[in-house]
Design a protein around this ligand. Structure first.
Ligand SMILES: Cc1cc2nc3c(=O)[nH]c(=O)nc-3n(C[C@H](O)[C@H](O)[C@H](O)COP(=O)(O)OP(=O)(O)OC[C@H]3O[C@@H](n4cnc5c(N)ncnc54)[C@H](O)[C@@H]3O)c2cc1C
Length: 187
């Protein structure tokens, strides 16, 4: 069958629409929030640069209760369809640039690609980024010995001779002990 290019369209970016709530970010937090807002019958728009957020950076999720050894992409897809099940509208590929209070009823949310919508409430679920050390080898070895979550990844270092935990982001008594439980020597 010949490919009809006209059938492939980027989703329309809303302009001038009004919602009960706009959620910025379609990671696990934003998609979870949408399940609640839509079940409360609030018209809900999720605006995000991507769907899945940090989950897109991993292949496997091992610690989701009841679903060990879960493919991250499948989890993202099920989060997305669950949010859409109750009517959340999701627009991706858009970066929100500003949230402005207009009056005691409305916020104005503006973003890239012409996004401009009004909402009674705005939920910011924009996640976080890893703070990097900036040391040689860090980029190349990310996911191959360099981790950013000691609680998540300690089991990967089981039986290793030495593990170095850097930083005070994770409570200092927690990070080394989770690594120490699985490796022979931790610093
Ligand atoms: C490699 C890796 C492995 C992991 N493994 C596990 C695991 O096994 N188990 C576990 O429980 N957790 C794991 N995590 C952590 C988990 O992915 C995060 O805790 C979770 O994704 C946080 O969800 P969030 O929705 O708060 O934020 P994020 O996932 O960061 O999502 C934020 C969303 O906001 C969007 N956004 C940000 N700014 C804007 C803007 N201005 N405009 C529009 N959109 C915006 C982003 O595009 C993104 O979609 C892992 C993380 C990584 C990086």
């Amino acid at each position: 069958m010949p490919l009809r290019l006209s059938a492939v369209r980027a989703p329309r970016v809303p302009k001038g629409e009004e919602y009960d709530t706009v959620i910025v970010g379609a990671g696990p937090a934003g998609l979870s929030a949408a399940i609640y807002t839509t079940r409360f019958l609030m018209s809900t728009l999720i605006v995000s640069m991507d769907v899945g957020g940090q989950l897109n950076l991993t292949n496997w999720i091992d610690d989701y209760p009841g679903m060990g050894g879960l493919e991250a992409s499948k989890l993202v897809e099920s989060f997305r369809s669950h949010a859409e099940m109750f009517g959340a509208k999701i627009v991706t590929g858009v970066q929100v640039k500003s949230v402005q209070r207009l009056d005691d009823q409305w916020f104005l949310v503006r973003g890239s690609r012409g996004l401009e919508v009004k909402a009674h409430t705005v939920i910011l679920a924009v996640g976080s980024r890893r703070r990097k050390l900036g040391v040689p080898g860090e980029e190349e070895l990310a996911g191959r010995g360099v981790s950013y979550c000691s609680v998540c990844d300690a089991p990967l270092f089981k039986g290793k001779n030495a593990v170095v935990v850097v930083g005070a982001g994770t409570p200092p008594w927690k990070a080394p002990s989770s690594s120490a439980a699985t490796s022979r020597r931790s610093t």
